[in-house]
Write a protein that binds this ligand. Structure first.
Ligand code: ADE
Ligand code: ZN
Length: 344
C-alpha cells in the first residue's frame, strides 16, 4: 500500500515553483540530441546507437562520468547547437515548474576544439532570452573554469569572455575535484570579483571539507556546489548554518557517481535539519537519470522528507538565487500563492 503522506509530499514537490541553480547545460544533452547534432555536423561518435551510448552511462566516480560528458559535448559546433541544447533544457524545466534557472557552461570544452567563445555564449544567451519571453522562465549564465586546467588557462578564458560580459552573471569552478583544490584559482577569482561577477565553486563533492573552506575563504564564493563533505567537519557545519551560505546539492548525481551508496544514505535531510541553506538540483540530468522533479521525487521518497522540508527546499532555492531583491520577492510570492492553493 502507498504511504499517502509521502505521495502527498511528492505531489507537492513536483507542483510548486522552484529555482534550479546547479545544472551544467552540457549535462542536459540527451543521447538522442547528441546523435542528431552529430549527424547535423558530420561528427563521428564512438558509439553505434543511442542505446549503445546510454549503456555507457555506468559511472564509478566523477572522472568516469567526465570522460563521457566531454565526449558528448564534442557534437556542439554551431551557435544553433548551443541554442537547441539550452532550449531543450528549458522545455524540461518548464514541465518541472522551474521559474528561475542559473545555467553553468564550460567554455574551455568548446574553445579547445576551435569553437569561438561568441558562438557558445550567443547561442546560450539567445535561448535564455527566449526562455523568458516564451516560457516565463528567468535564466542566467555562469561561466565555469575547468579546474583540471591551469589558472593561466582560466585567465585566458575570462579574457576571451569579457566582450560578452553582459551575458553572464558569474563564474564557477568544475571538473575533476581531487588534486585541484580551490586555492589553485585564487587569483582569477579575485579578478572576477573586481569585475563584479558572482562566484561559486564545486567543493566537497568528492573532495574533503577542507576544499569547502578554501572556496569560502580563498575564493570568497557566494554559494558552494555540492558541499556534501561538510558533514565531516562540525565547525564548518556551524559556519554554514550561521552564514546560510547556500549549498546546491544534487542527490541523483551523488548516487550515480557513487558519492553515496544509496539515496537513503544521502545527507540532504541532515543538512536541512542543521539549518543549512540547502537546495535540490539536477547537475547533469541527461546522464544521471532525471531532471529537477525526478531529484525531488526520489529524494522525498528515500529520505521521507516532510511537507515542511519540501517547502523549505523551495524557499531556499529562491533565497540562494542571484536575483535582485524585487525579483526574489516576486518569486517568493509566486511560491507562497502556489502553496496556499496546493494546501487549501
Ligand atoms: N561538470 C559537470 N558535472 C560535474 C560535476 N558533477 N562535478 C564536477 N564537474 C562537473
Ligand atoms: Zn556540478
Amino acid at each position: 500500500m502507498k504511504n499517502s503522506a509521502v505521495e502527498r509530499d511528492v505531489a507537492l514537490a513536483r507542483a510548486i515553483p522552484k529555482a534550479e541553480l546547479h545544472i551544467h547545460i552540457e549535462g542536459s544533452l540527451e543521447p538522442e540530441l547528441i546523435f542528431a547534432l552529430a549527424q547535423r555536423n558530420g561528427v563521428k561518435l564512438p558509439y553505434d546507437s543511442v542505446q549503445a551510448l546510454r549503456t555507457a552511462y555506468a559511472f564509478t566516480d566523477l572522472q568516469s562520468f567526465l570522460d563521457i560528458y566531454y565526449a558528448g559535448a564534442s557534437v556542439l559546433l554551431q551557435e544553433a547547437d548551443f541554442y537547441d541544447m539550452a532550449w531543450a533544457y528549458f522545455l524540461r524545466a518548464q514541465a518541472d515548474h522551474v521559474i528561475h534557472a542559473e545555467l553553468f557552461f564550460d567554455p574551455q570544452t568548446h574553445t579547445a576544439r576551435g569553437v569561438p567563445m561568441a558562438t557558445v555564449i550567443q547561442g546560450l544567451s539567445r535561448a535564455c532570452a527566449d526562455a523568458k519571453a516564451q516560457l516565463g522562465i528567468s535564466a542566467a549564465l555562469i561561466l565555469c573554469f575547468l579546474r583540471h586546467l591551469s589558472e593561466e588557462d582560466a585567465f585566458a578564458t575570462l579574457e576571451a569572455a569579457l566582450p560578452y560580459r553582459e551575458h553572464f552573471i558569474g563564474v564557477g569552478l568544475d571538473s575533476s575535484e581531487l588534486g585541484h583544490p580551490p586555492e589553485k584559482f585564487q587569483r582569477v577569482f579575485a579578478r572576477c570579483r573586481e569585475l563584479g561577477l558572482r562566484a561559486v565553486a564545486h567543493a566537497g563533492e568528492e573532495g574533503p571539507a577542507e576544499y569547502i573552506w578554501q572556496a569560502i575563504d580563498g575564493l570568497q564564493v557566494q554559494r558552494i556546489d555540492h558541499g556534501v563533505a561538510c558533514l565531516e567537519d562540525p565547525l564548518l557545519m556551524a559556519e554554514l548554518a550561521y552564514t546560510r551560505l547556500p549549498l546546491t546539492v544534487c542527490p541523483l548525481s551523488n548516487l550515480k557517481l557513487c558519492v553515496v551508496k544509496d539515496l537513503a544514505e544521502h545527507p540532504l535531510k541532515k543538512m536541512l535539519d542543521a539549518g543549512l541553506c540547502v537546495t535540490v538540483n539536477s547537475d547533469d540530468p541527461a546522464y544521471f537519470g532525471g531532471y529537477l522533479n525526478a531529484n525531488f521525487e526520489q529524494t522525498v521518497r528515500a529520505l521521507a522528507l516532510s511537507e515542511a522540508d519540501v517547502v523549505q527546499l523551495a524557499r531556499n532555492s529562491f533565497e540562494a538565487s542571484f536575483v535582485t531583491d524585487a525579483e526574489r520577492a516576486a518569486m517568493r510570492q509566486t511560491l507562497e500563492r502556489a502553496l496556499a492553493e496546493a494546501t487549501a
